[in-house]
Design a protein around this ligand. Structure first.
Ligand code: NOJ
Length: 533
């Protein structure tokens, strides 16, 4: 597993608070992840992306870091972190850690020092500015969680900038000391054996030095949190707060830190137009995370258009990446409907490029509604009832069928987010032995991806696109694999002049339906893979 392993890898995103409670406090942790390593390895993925596990007040559940070289108490400690990395490596799994360089927690000692006075040693580690003459914030920059991204600090008479919560002050990446300190944080974890980082909010890392106002949204951006429609407060084009001209240079420097070690990588969170995401891949970021499958209307024409646009935009040498779900957006099953989930997972795992699979999507988990009394996410707490909250897509993983807490935590312990009574039906235990379950389909697809190099390396050509279906070819010549997905509740027939050997279907046992020349007939919502013969 050496030499740019991530190019042929499959990432599994573990949202640590929700994966497995290992110490019986109702909150997921590293002991829990360690206990589930066999499950992850048996799925057939090749790398784990761990959400942040640093010391944190948990206002944004780890994305507010108060100590970068510590493991936060509810997540575990350094000993279990090391054990987890070793255990993963023993099973052939890579471990990528979430790295949060854009902002710290307001509890971080650097920020506490910055608050101590204008001459505090760390004052310039953050972004400070005088008020406008009327006392207002320096410009119109909006926070991702709504409202202004400037908060006034009375005792020192200046505003500080935070792209997210006021409790998440943004670091000043124009300051070389910040760069050095944050590169040392990377080294700390690379020394402990992590295989790379998922870099949080990286498109926002550096802001306009002149602090110019952002223009309003032109409808073309992709949004980080919630859906674009819900985000009236952040409908600003991030013209001066994201993707600044200095960004590629900074990313390149960040990448050189990984190059001090063997075979490490960076994948970056970028919510930008598709062409910009594509362009930033390979320039400091080994993988530029591509969230467009989340935002694209789920029909064959839009999907085909997206696929073609994306590959066409990738500069030579840059590697494609696909994200189908994550902890910030409504779950796949709730977005497109449960019956379309197998087809969507077939797309994710057979498109050209490195897929990222969100924990629970392999079970077809839908969002779990969380009532106001149980809400935990800051996006919900700041704007209750607007549908911005991210708790529903962070439901604790259901492992077992019968227990009330589904094996996530002991039954007599309250889990940090509620576990609905229906959770057991989706559990690993109840799907494992059922051959057409989403879990088994995902395992089969991942197995095929391991067996067939063409699914990892082959080129891609769209063969047929229609609002109700999509078909493409991976590779050419003898090894080609055809992928056909029916997105509708009606039978679909796709013209195809060749013949094919059945490899996999979401509906029938693979091997039953070899393909004769003519047309590929797909049952409602069926996805099929054929080895072209
Ligand atoms: C993106 C993360 O995915 C999200 O969960 C978090 O709230 C923000 N960045 C801030 O770190």
């Amino acid at each position: 597993m050496t030499g740019q392993w991530w190019r042929e890898g499959v990432f599994y995103q573990v949202y640590v608070p929700s994966f497995q409670d290992g110490d019986g406090d109702g909150f997921g942790d590293l002991w829990g992840v360690e206990r589930r390593l066999d499950y992850i390895a048996a799925l057939g993925v090749t790398a784990i992306w761990l959400s942040p596990v640093y010391a944190s007040p948990l206002l944004d559940f780890g994305y507010d870091v108060s100590g970068y070289t510590e493991v936060g108490a509810p997540f575990g400690d350094l000993a279990v972190f090391d054990q987890l990395v070793r255990g993963a490596h023993d099973r052939g799994l890579r471990v990528v850690l979430d790295y949060v360089p854009q902002h710290t927690s307001s509890e971080h000692p650097w920020f506490r020092d910055a608050l101590s006075g204008r001459d505090g040693a760390h004052r310039d580690w953050y972004i400070w500015h005088d008020p406008k003459p009327d006392g207002g914030p320096p410009n119109n920059w909006a926070s991702a969680f709504g409202g202004s991204s400037w908060t006034f600090h009375e005792p020192t008479g200046q505003y500080y900038y935070h792209a997210h919560l006021p409790e998440q002050p943004s670091l000043n990446w124009r300051n070389p000391d910040v760069q050095q300190a944050m590169f040392d944080v990377m080294r700390f974890w690379l020394d402990r054996g992590v295989d790379g980082f998922r870099v949080d909010a990286v498109w926002r890392l550096i802001k306009d030095a002149q602090l110019r106002d952002n223009p309003m949204d032109d409808g073309g951006e992709s949004f980080e949190i919630g859906g674009a429609a819900a985000h009236t407060t952040v409908r600003q084009v991030q013209k001066y707060t994201a993707d600044q001209p200095e960004l590629p240079g900074l990313l390149a420097r960040m990448h050189t830190v990984t190059e001090e070690y063997d075979d490490r990588m960076l994948m970056g969170e970028l919510h930008l137009k598709l062409e910009r995401v594509a362009a930033l891949g390979g320039r400091g970021l080994d993988l530029a995370m591509n969230f467009s499958l989340i935002d694209t209307p789920w029909n064959g024409l839009d999907l085909a258009n997206l696929i073609q646009r994306y590959y066409a935009a990738l500069p030579p040498g840059s590697h494609p990446n696909w994200v189908l779900s994550n902890h910030d957006r409504s779950r796949l099953a709730s977005r497109i409907g449960p019956e379309r989930v197998p087809g969507a997972l077939a797309l994710l795992l057979t498109l050209k490029g490195t897929p990222t699979l969100y924990y629970g999507d392999e079970l077809g988990l839908p969002d779990a509604p969380v009532d106001g009394a149980h809400a935990r996410d800051c996006a919900e707490l700041r704007a209750p009832g607007l549908g911005l909250g991210r708790d529903p897509q962070r439901m604790p993983m259901p492992w077992r069928e019968k227990p009330a807490r589904a094996g996530f935590t002991p039954d007599d312990v309250e889990s940090w987010l509620p576990i609905p009574s229906w959770a057991g039906r989706f559990s690993v235990e109840s799907q494992e032995l059922s051959p057409r379950s989403v879990l088994c389909l995902v395992k089969e697809l991942l197995m095929l991806r391991r067996e067939l190099a063409v699914l990892r390396r082959g080129d891609i050509t769209v063969l047929s696109a229609h609002p109700d279906h999509l078909a493409y070819l991976r590779g050419d010549g003898e090894d080609a694999v055809l992928v056909a997905v029916n997105l509708s509740e009606r039978h679909q027939s796709i013209a195809f002049s060749g013949t094919g050997r059945a490899l996999w279907s979401s509906h029938a046992t693979a091997g039953e339906r070899d393909q004769q020349a003519g047309a590929i007939d797909l049952a409602p919502f069926e996805a099929r893979l054929l080895a072209v013969t």
